[in-house]
Ligand binder design. Structure first.
Ligand code: PHE
Ligand code: ZN
Length: 861
């Protein structure tokens, strides 16, 4: 800990106590004003425990008055602190009226009530409601809300909040006055308010029981045509949840608002989702296939929260994965059903193997249910979300789809209207499965990435196959001791002359053996098919085994994974061999050529099979990351493939043609495969004109980005020309300029520093907009390993300066940005020193936010 910083105290899961007071009803009135919005809050309070004063959370509020049962209180009746208000004497039941002022215009943290351009909007998860009014701002206090919003009638045609609209009129001051009522009790973090002028897309959905739900999507004026894909996605999500889980929407109206300033992807506020506009707006010209995919999945995610999150919420924030892991799992299943299931799974696996494994190996390592939190915003992590989803997936694998679905049903019935825990969820699963899940529970409390070691022995004389598995979880920054977990290991046995066999092995000890009788030939074992558990795998494979799996495995994910493992091994050999070049087998080129010549019907899959693992995936396979050697090996092999396969790459590229842009599976795959070919071809000097042609001929953002990315990665001379053209063509579209910023910041050459500087002066760049900041600086720190990890430390320095500049404006975004620096221990001495210096510079500032403080101090400890 740096000397001039105060020790700040974390909260612990084990310290949980039930709320001393309940609130049955909240009546809120907002008189909107950019500088001074007046918030009047009337709370119906009931005491649950004797002898405690009423303590309410509140931050950055200007208190105007408090009245208890109609009686104004004076300063001897209460105590005001920086983040709380304590009322000393409160009866068993009472009505508390609190008036305060807030200043949305100056709220750059984007928590509480803030302005996104001219739009007023709120973000209350996790602890933002306390910036709106004094309240027990914790998820286990559920109340029924009535909300009145008053604002200038002309400038604010739409005044929105949760639930159903009760009334609307214009008052004598020319103010619009709208009242809302949400019949479902909810925690404060699900409260939302929006005021603005929008284009509105409307539609309706008839639920399975025949109720009509009005759907309303609010977007910036002029953007109406870009909203239809999101609205269609919403209807697909509503239908899917009915079909898969029998879950129906419960209000008569469902609203989604797109705003330009947002810290995260989107927010599931009851009946009034608020979205980062990046995850709503799309058309062929400005959005990529990936953007379309993200929109559908995030629209689904927020919709699915209505049951897993809203109807049943979390008891405390340590239980975050209860709603997030489960809802990510649900959105993944939805996406898998809407498009290519294999591709969805590959995406999920990549994320676990990069960001999540990195988090487990970092000073911020935590279980999916964290035990200690200083700043809750720091725990909206890939561990809680995505490893959390993997844990749910394992449960489905263990129980089977039907039992899992029954368990979910039981959990929702049992806890409807309540704030629940991860244990409640597991209990419901255990009850329907009649299976003891006590060892499985460890996945909730134990952090770290297990290493699974697999081996096989075949005894021809006895026709026996003996498989052995061992597990070991290395210690993490937060936990030294680890216990064996229950790990579902799906396998496939591939034979030469007979049909393959698939099995599910359960590993629940440190080491275990599995005997298979009547096996008449030695198989190749596909271990951990479909990535059946979030673990690292060490298996004895020969090159031939891996290529066989890549050709023949039933599971597409396993085929892709075999290629990833193949390359990981080759690169590892190259990294350790001193200078001598690792040879590639002829069989490899034959196989790759075969795929290029016959890309099959699943071209996206073929594209994945042809793609080398990226730097981040490889880096997680090393304790000490050999940055330079990894980068040079990747580029050597990429170059080699381009040279050796030039002809089939070219023919494949030329053979792939689509009609006018459509976001549709087959076309998506085709564009993806074409982009992969282009990327290799760009490595060869003769192919420079191809980049230009691809760019010029493109009628959609996916192809345009493919050309730009290929030019950027191959350091082609034409990159500067293309990116300049792109920037001028899209200079007025912020979401597309984000793509431009990201391309500029992730270019591997050292001109990147100057280029970033130039972009900071772009009229659309703003330090106050998280999308802009991330487009530049996350792209730089996460997708530009060459320059971020420069040995001279210039990359680290840039990130530290940026983080410090951002912290006073938006601590949440600043703390997310600092993440890559935390893992300094995983680099060579010289880089370690420079990364530490950057962190110390941050820690040395006297008034950094809790967000930054928690991460930086954990890292320097
Ligand atoms: N609960 C949101 C989601 O997962 C994420 C979020 C968290 C948004 C905190 C804003 C602030 O869907
Ligand atoms: Zn969520």
């Amino acid at each position: 800990m740096s000397e001039n910083s105060l020790p700040r105290t974390a909260k612990r899961l084990t310290d949980y106590t039930a709320p001393a007071f309940s609130i049955s009803h909240v009546d809120l009135c907002f008189e909107l004003d950019a500088e001074a919005t007046r918030v009047t809050s009337v709370l119906q309070i009931k005491r649950n425990r004797a002898d405690v004063p009423l303590k309410l959370d509140g931050q950055q509020l200007t208190l105007i008055s408090i009245a208890l049962d109609g009686q104004l209180l004076d300063t001897t009746d209460y105590q005001l602190d920086a983040d709380s208000l304590t009322v000393f004497t409160v009866a068993q039941q009472c009505e508390l009226t609190i008036i305060c002022d807030i200043a949305p215009q100056h709220n750059t943290a984007l928590e509480g009530l803030y302005m996104a351009g001219n739009t007023y909007c709120t973000q209350c998860e996790a602890e933002g409601f306390r910036r709106i009014s004094y309240f027990p701002d914790r998820p286990d206090v559920l109340a029924e809300y009535k909300v009145t919003i008053k604002a200038d009638a002309e400038r604010y045609p739409y005044l929105l909040s949760n639930g159903n609209k009760v009334s609307e009129h214009i008052d004598s001051d020319g103010r619009r006055v709208v009242q809302w009522h949400d019949p479902f009790p909810k925690p404060s973090y699900l409260f939302a308010l929006v005021a603005g002028d929008f284009d509105v897309l409307t539609d309706k959905f008839i639920t399975q029981s025949g109720r009509e739900v009005s759907l309303q999507l609010f977007v910036d004026k002029g953007a109406i045509t870009k909203g239809s894909f999101a609205l269609e996605s919403l209807k697909r999500a509503m239908q899917w949840d009915e079909q898969r889980y029998g879950l129906e929407y419960d209000l008569d109206i469902y609203m989604v608002v797109a705003v330009d300033f947002f810290n995260m992807g989107a927010m599931e506020n009851k009946g009034l989702n608020i979205f980062n506009s990046k995850y709503v707006l799309a058309d062929a010209a400005s959005a990529t296939d990936r953007d379309y995919f993200n929109i559908e999945s995030i629209i689904g995610h927020e919709y699915f929260h209505n049951w897993t999150g809203n109807r049943v919420t979390c008891r405390d924030w340590f239980q975050l994965s209860l709603k997030e892991g489960l809802t990510v799992f649900r959105d993944q299943e939805f996406s898998a059903d809407m498009g290519s299931a294999t591709l969805c799974r590959i995406d999920a696996v990549k994320l676990i193997r990069t960001a999540q494994f990195a988090e487990d190996a970092s000073p911020m390592a935590h279980p999916i249910r964290p035990e200690q939190v200083l700043e809750m915003n720091n725990f909206y992590t890939v561990t809680v979300y995505d490893k959390g989803a993997e844990v749910i997936r394992m449960l489905q694998t263990l129980l089977g789809r039907d039992t899992f679905a029954k368990g979910l049903k039981l959990y929702l019935q049992r806890h409807d209207g309540q704030a629940a825990t991860c244990d409640d969820f597991l209990q419901a699963m255990q009850d329907v499965a009649a299976q003891d899940l006590s060892q499985f529970r460890l996945w909730y409390s134990q952090s770290g990435t297990p290493l699974l070691t697999a081996a096989q022995r075949y005894d021809a004389t006895r026709s026996q196959l003996i498989l052995s598995l061992a597990q070991q979880t290395p210690p993490t920054a937060d936990q030294a001791e680890k216990q064996p977990l229950l790990i579902p290991v799906q396998i496939e046995l591939l034979f030469n002359t007979q049909a393959s066999q698939r099995h599910l092995l359960l590993l629940n000890e440190s080491e275990q053996q599995y005997l298979f009788e009547g096996i008449t030939e030695a198989p190749v074992v596909v271990w951990l098919e479909h990535f059946s558990a979030p673990v690292k795998l060490a298996a004895q494979y020969s090159d031939d085994d891996l290529l066989l799996i890549a050709r023949q495995a039933t599971d597409g994910v396993a085929r892709w994974d075999a290629m990833q493992q193949f390359w990981s091994r080759k690169i590892a050999q190259q990294v350790t061999s001193n200078a001598s070049e690792v040879a590639l087998p002829a069989a490899l080129f034959k196989l790759l050529q075969h795929w290029l010549e016959q890309p099959g019907t699943d071209m996206a899959m073929t594209a994945e099979l042809l793609t080398l693992p990226d730097f981040d995936t490889l880096a997680e396979q090393y304790q000490l990351i050999p940055v330079d050697k990894l980068l040079s090996s990747i580029s050597r092999f990429k170059q080699l493939l381009a040279e050796q396969l030039a002809r089939p790459l070219s023919s494949c590229y030329n053979a792939l043609k689509t009609g006018p842009y459509q976001y549709q599976d087959n076309d998506v795959g085709l564009r993806k495969l074409r982009a992969v070919c282009l990327n290799y071809l760009a490595q060869l000097n003769d192919n420079q004109p191809l980049l230009h042609t691809h760019y010029v001929n493109s009628d959609n953002m996916t192809d345009t980005m493919a050309a730009l990315a290929a030019a950027q990665q191959s350091k082609a001379a034409v990159f500067n020309e293309l990116i300049a053209d792109f920037a001028s063509r899209w200079q007025h579209d912020a979401l597309v300029m984000d793509k431009c910023f990201a391309l500029v910041a992730s270019q591997p050459g050292e001109q990147v520093f100057e280029a970033i500087d130039t972009m900071l002066t772009h009229p659309l760049f703003s330090w106050k907009n998280p999308n802009r900041v991330r487009a530049l600086f996350s792209a730089f720190s996460l997708r530009n390993p060459q320059q971020f990890h420069r040995i001279d430390g210039k990359g680290y320095q840039l990130l530290a300066d940026t983080v410090l500049r951002l912290d006073p404006l938006n601590p949440q975004v600043a703390a997310r940005l600092v993440t890559p620096l935390l893992s300094w221990r995983r680099f060579d001495d010289e880089r370690q020193q420079r990364m530490r210096a950057a962190l110390q510079q941050i820690a040395g500032q006297s008034s950094i936010s809790n967000d930054l403080y928690e991460k930086v101090n954990r890292s320097l400890d």
